[in-house]
Ligand binder design. Structure first.
Ligand SMILES: [Zn+2]
Length: 405
């Protein structure tokens, strides 16, 4: 049994595990660095969930060839000019080798779903008194739907394949999130009023997740629907698992807007499969990752508040005068480039890749090579590294802050 997992650090109190499709997400508070312990502790739970997923996939494989709103459809592959979804005869006529045809079918399904949703939402709005602002139908990778603070409901286009009652459940569920953010007792009680069998529906939704995934593949060109941009996120180790890192990731996502994949070198440090390899290969490991990416986004390290004073106090005792001066000069700057970041960025520029810097909530393109502010010379880097660890530990033990400079 090999399960892929991803580690995400978030502003949460307790660690938590969550399967999205076939991937296990390990959500950790900032102060817990390593997922290994949690994974070991929850082994039994993970195995149980994994078996449930395998069952769902088996069930999904036994469902009909094609379905729209839960009704069985046949797909006729023909050399027709324009594809047709014939609702009365329940068949789709199209040339599925034609990329345009697939796009048209997808658009038609979207319109069809929109029409259906209008009625359902109107009905539930009357029933619950809850008002929605906008409905957005799009392809989503991990969710059936979601509701934003602005009262916009996003729904996965995949629901068009589901039986109407299941669609109704998803809509009702998301609408109730306007009133209750969390899946707590009151939330489920209100769900129960409309859907007494909600537990069975939730179970079925897992099977449907994998099933609709298969249907979707029939009508989309996986390599043409989404343009994947791969981005290498170069940031100092000192930023790992801090709020700045989280904000950096968000800024990247906001900037590119498209479907992107962010390669975070941190994840290789946390993954037992790569940890040793990365240690052994050092920068070459990072260069190889950069080779696979379309561009590099980097972030400078901002010294935490109060750190300057802390450093000045602690370097008083260093007897090498020139080193003391070097350290003093470095701490004068607020934002610094660490040696690894300079190497990664310069490598990317040499390879002709685009490079951006995160500045506040923006990205700015950078065309010139970087110079490191802290070097390995005279152990500068390691002195700062040590001081920073001690400084952070102090903050934690005083319970002032957790890793937030
Ligand atoms: Zn929910």
């Amino acid at each position: 049994m090999k399960i892929n997992y991803k580690v995400e650090h978030r502003n949460v109190k307790y660690p938590r595990l969550e399967f999205k499709g076939l991937t296990l997400y390990v959500i950790l508070p900032y102060e817990i660095k390593d997922a290994a312990q949690l994974l070991e502790k929850r082994k039994a739970w993970i195995e149980k969930k994994w078996n449930v997923i395998q069952e769902a996939i088996k069930e999904a494989n036994m469902l009909q060839d094609f379905m729209i709103l839960g009704e069985s459809y046949t797909i006729e592959e023909t050399n027709i000019q324009k594809p047709i979804i014939d609702l009365s005869q329940r068949k789709i006529q199209a040339n599925l080798k034609n990329k345009k045809h697939k796009e048209i079918i997808k658009q038609q399904l979207k319109n069809f779903l929109k029409q259906k949703l209008k009625n359902i939402i109107r009905e539930y709005a009357q029933k619950t008194g809850l008002q929605l602002n906008k409905i957005i139908i799009k392809q989503q990778k991990t969710k059936w739907g979601s509701c934003s603070n602005k009262k916009n409901m996003s729904l996965n286009l995949k629901i068009v394949f589901l039986p109407e009652r299941i669609i109704r459940y998803i809509v009702y569920h998301e609408m109730l999130h306007l009133k209750y953010k969390k899946h707590n007792f009151i939330f489920w009680e209100e769900i129960r009023k409309e859907f007494p069998d909600y537990k069975q529906i939730e179970k079925k939704l897992l099977t449907y997740w994998f099933y609709t995934e298969m249907l979707f593949r029939k009508i989309s060109n996986s390599n043409n629907i989404k343009k994947n941009i791969r981005i290498y996120y170069a940031h100092p180790k000192w930023l790992y698992n801090t709020i700045e890192e989280e904000q950096g990731l968000q800024t990247i996502k906001n900037f590119f807007k498209k479907d992107i994949e962010i390669i975070n070198p941190k994840e290789y440090d946390e993954n037992p499969l790569y940890k040793e390899m990365k240690k052994r290969e050092g920068m070459n490991f990072c260069y190889k990752l950069i080779d696979k990416c379309d561009c590099v986004v980097f972030q400078r390290f901002i010294f935490p508040k109060g750190f300057k004073k802390f450093v000045i106090n602690h370097i008083l005792h260093i007897d090498k005068e020139n080193l003391r001066e070097q350290l003093k000069n470095i701490i004068k700057k607020r934002k610094v480039i660490t040696p690894g970041i300079a190497k990664e960025v310069n490598y990317a520029l040499e390879k002709g890749k685009k490079v951006y810097e995160i500045i506040g909530k923006r990205l700015k393109e950078v065309k010139n090579k970087l110079r490191e502010d802290i070097s390995f010379e005279n152990n500068q880097y390691f002195i700062f590294n040590g001081l920073l660890q001690i400084y952070r530990l102090n903050l934690i033990s005083k319970n002032i802050l957790v890793f937030k400079p």
